[in-house]
Design a protein around this ligand. Structure first.
Ligand code: 5RP
Length: 224
């Protein structure tokens, strides 16, 4: 199977995984990216059984609405039953690097509210150690140079993602050449730099389960 076929297969598996957990009050959190898009398209097939969703980006909200799936503001929701999203990398503790699609801040907010975070990915995303994928960091525009200098002090090579403005009106720095042996500590340290809105390490709130599509089938993985 191609990478795209694997993404479709795992998106389909996520539907089978979440549907038994939902009742008529459940709210489903929806991620962002190509794997999440396949999930949204499959969700449309069972939309009669879905109460409502919250979206982690304007792009996902637009796609949900185009299928006639109800989308709520997170502020009117008490609880997100389950959050389904892709990832750029996952280690074996299910700590993630996310934000390749620049939606990391809203993704992290929805993950924080969710009772269960289901990560869906093709096998290429499962790694021993985070950091081969450049770490996305959302930054207040006026702090761009300051934050970049601080990131150099941490040992990485920050690169401004040209032409990208997040849904929150901010910019993205991608941190290259920066392996992450202690994801929790690094997540805290980068968040402490003044001007950083969020960084793409999801370690303080990792995924609860990783559905991984491989050539051998779908694996359901917990933290090791
Ligand atoms: C967007 C994300 C995505 O989940 C991540 O980039 C994976 O994307 P894809 O499913 O297209 O491979 O974090 O901000």
């Amino acid at each position: 199977m191609t990478q795209d076929e694997l993404k479709k297969a795992v998106a389909r598996a996520a539907i089978d995984y979440i549907m038994p957990k939902l009742d008529d009050k459940s709210v489903v959190g929806i991620g962002t990216g190509s794997t999440a898009n396949y999930f949204i398209d499959y969700l449309a097939e069972v939309k009669a059984q879905i109460n409502a969703t919250v979206a982690s980006s304007q792009a996902s909200a637009d796609r949900l609405k185009s299928h006639g799936i109800p989308v709520l503001e997170l502020n009117v929701v008490d609880e997100v039953t389950v959050y389904v999203d892709g990832t750029d990398e996952s280690d074996h503790q299910l700590c993630l690097i996310k934000g390749g699609g620049a939606a990391l801040t809203r993704e992290k907010i929805v993950a924080a509210v969710a009772k269960e975070f289901v990560c869906i990915a093709d096998g290429s995303k499962y790694v021993e150690r985070l950091g081969n994928f450049p770490l996305p960091i959302e930054v207040i525009p006026m702090a761009r140079s300051h934050v970049a200098r601080e990131l150099v002090k941490l040992g990485g090579d920050p690169v401004y993602r040209e032409g990208v403005i997040t849904d929150n009106g901010n910019i993205i720095l991608d941190l290259y050449n920066f392996m992450i042996p202690d994801p929790q500590e690094t997540e805290r340290n980068i968040n402490n730099i003044t001007g950083v809105v969020t960084n793409g390490i999801f370690a303080l709130r990792p995924a609860d389960i990783l559905l991984l599509a491989t050539q051998e089938g779908i694996q359901s993985l917990s933290a090791k």
